[in-house]
Ligand binder design. Structure first.
Ligand code: ATP
Ligand code: LTN
Length: 339
């Protein structure tokens, strides 16, 4: 077999279009997506079905869906190499999610940290059950493509374990159907914390002013947020797991994720320097990442029809694979095929 005919193992991942993408989404997810795209057959989706597990404005959701897809490309995903698509445009995701929902134990779902965190912020009566079923839909996304590797941030590890357990359960009940996926998280940047509150994960749907660096933040604004980041009253610039030092640790981690330098080299470089020096250095490297990304983003958003063509092509390619897997799962479960 010629080299380029050897099948590459598959990767699948997604981000919710539930707001503007942050530097957390970039360092935890997008940067890894770009890194694996030559070696794997990659599928990257905009998970709008997941976004509606929390309330969304319809016009805004549509807009954020396009913007997220454009951001994947601006961050370095090459649509000629990887497949970019919108989750809701492929009904197989919802259909397999239903089958998986029916075999997902309630106890497993109730144990998910993301569910516990997000439901704790709402009145019991107003929590949509989609928030509880969220991991079954995520499992469907992954299993439909027989993905072997799923690059995500640290907060998604538990959902990946759930996906493996559910796939095993299905395979046990109905015979070998799904591939068990492995999680992939980055060495640095798997959990970027809020700049205003370094004990909470940086999140795109948190609406306090200095919480997140958005990938489309104007550069002076991004710099200002970093200069205002919460730190502590000590002076030492060291990596630390002490919650009191979470602010400095977060800045150092962002610096490590972008520079690629070792922890030792970074600590040595900042020995004897002040927090202001560290913040300036972090701001410089963050801005160095944002600037080219923003230029590409604006270019491709201005290119009429380009993004739609990418999403159309992505949908076709993804749908063919997803439909085959769905059909197999339906047969295994015992659904009567339409004639
Ligand atoms: P929301 O606030 O709407 O729940 P989010 O910002 O947490 O969203 P998701 O869409 O849930 O983002 O996550 C997309 C990807 O980005 C996932 O792989 C997730 O692990 C990663 N990610 C999100 N936030 C961070 C973060 N602070 N640090 C590292 N990775 C992150
Ligand atoms: N739950 C993920 C988003 C997501 C995802 C996926 C990630 C939905 N489906 C499939 C990897 C693979 C999150 O980041 N909140």
């Amino acid at each position: 077999m010629a080299h380029d005919q050897i099948k590459k193992p598959r990767v699948l991942s997604g981000i919710q279009p539930s707001g503007n993408l942050t530097i957390g989404n970039y360092l935890g997810a997008l940067k890894q997506w770009v890194a694996v795209q030559q070696e794997y057959d990659c599928f990257y989706c905009v998970v709008d079905l997941h976004a509606i597990t929390m309330p969304q404005d319809p016009a805004e959701l549509r807009q954020k869906t396009r913007e997220s897809a454009a951001m994947y490309i601006a961050a370095g995903i090459d649509p000629d190499v990887s497949t970019i698509f919108v989750q809701s445009q492929i009904p197989a995701h919802s259909e397999l999610a239903w089958m998986l929902t029916c075999m997902a134990p309630l106890g497993w779902l109730q144990r998910m940290t993301q569910f516990k965190d997000k439901s704790a912020k709402q009145a019991q009566e107003s929590i949509g059950t989609g928030l509880l079923n969220y991991p079954s839909l995520m499992a469907a996304d992954i299993l439909l493509y027989h993905a072997e590797l799923v690059p995500v941030g640290d907060d998604q590890r538990q959902h990946l374990e759930f996906t493996r357990d559910l796939a095993q359960r299905f395979n046990h009940l109905y015979g070998e159907t799904f591939t068990l996926p492995s999680v992939m998280t980055p060495k640095a940047g798997a959990r970027v914390m809020g700049l205003d509150n370094p004990t909470a994960k940086m999140s795109k749907s948190e609406d306090s002013d200095n919480h997140a660096i958005f990938l489309l933040d104007e550069l002076p604004r991004a710099r200002k947020k970093i200069m205002r980041a919460v730190t502590d009253s000590r002076r030492e610039i060291r990596f630390s797991s002490d919650p009191e030092r979470a602010g400095i640790n977060n800045l150092l981690t962002i610096y490590q994720a972008i520079s690629g330098d070792s922890r030792e080299a970074i600590e040595a470089a900042f020995a004897g320097k002040g927090y202001g020096d560290l913040k300036r250095a972090v701001a410089d490297c963050v801005l160095g990442t944002l600037e080219p990304l923003q230029t590409r983003y604006h270019q491709l958003m201005n290119e009429a029809g380009y993004l739609d063509a990418v999403l159309r092509g992505g949908r076709e390619k993804a749908a063919a694979i997803a439909e085959d897997t769905l059909k197999l799962a339906q047969e295994r479960v015992g659904f009567l095929a339409a004639t």
